[in-house]
Design a protein around this ligand. Sequence first.
Ligand SMILES: Nc1ncnc2c1ncn2[C@@H]1O[C@H](COP(=O)(O)OP(=O)(O)O)[C@@H](O)[C@H]1O
Ligand SMILES: [Mg+2]
Length: 247
Amino acid sequence: MTAADPVIEIEDAYTAYEGADRPTLQGITLSIRRGEFVVVGGPNGAGKTTLLETINGMLPITHGRVCVCGYNVKGDGVPVRCRVGYLLQNFSFDPLTPFTVGEVVMMGRYGKIGLFRKPGPEDREAVFRSLTLLGISDLVDRPIGQLSGGQQQKVLLAQNLARNPEILLLDEPFSNLDIFSREAINRLLSRLAGEGVTVVLVSHAFDDLPDRPVRVVVMMDGRIVLDRESAPGSVAAVIRGASGIHA
Ligand SMILES: Nc1ncnc2c1ncn2[C@@H]1O[C@H](COP(=O)(O)OP(=O)(O)O)[C@@H](O)[C@H]1O
Ligand SMILES: [Mg+2]
């Protein structure tokens, strides 16, 4: 696969939540190439999370087509999810969750390890590398439930990186993070995109996006209302302008 090939191809897709009277996504068409850095903005309820769930093959597609890494997500959900890392919005662990940080990050390897093999040196190396990339290797033996929201978010990002994903879907990853962590993670995401990982980031933290041009996609009412390359400093204005938010 070359850099010019689309890794995410969405054609006139409608996706509906179970029991909803109308599809949430209303005819989305979007083609994303390998190594692109896409920032998805738009008001609450616009369909940003639904778009990520659609790309990850988690929702019924009632019309249209969604292909990820050459697989149709409709029939091939498993190979798609093997290649996609997905950081959920506002996920937090119960304080009594019986796993350490190291164990949670190792879970990111299970798709590669398979059910009947024990983690080997390669898996431990991937876990260590991911923790180091996020600057949290000192937390490896801590129980996950006892960490702050921001620390848990970093652990989940490390878990996703441990899988060496081709695509990273990040749903408001900065919401619990301090300014230093945001900057560090922005640098990390830019680097990963430079290495060919495709990054699709839903964020409201427009002011501290990576220091590189990004593709801005703005959604409203389940539709894409704007899709264009933008310099980092102007992303906030582009998103505000397109979604009619005057903050
Ligand atoms: N599980 C669900 N069941 C039914 N409707 C949902 C569900 N999750 C979200 N929605 C609806 O889909 C729309 C888009 O939601 P969402 O994608 O979460 O928006 P955003 O992430 O842009 O804030 C909203 O109208 C919301 O009420
Ligand atoms: Mg959302």
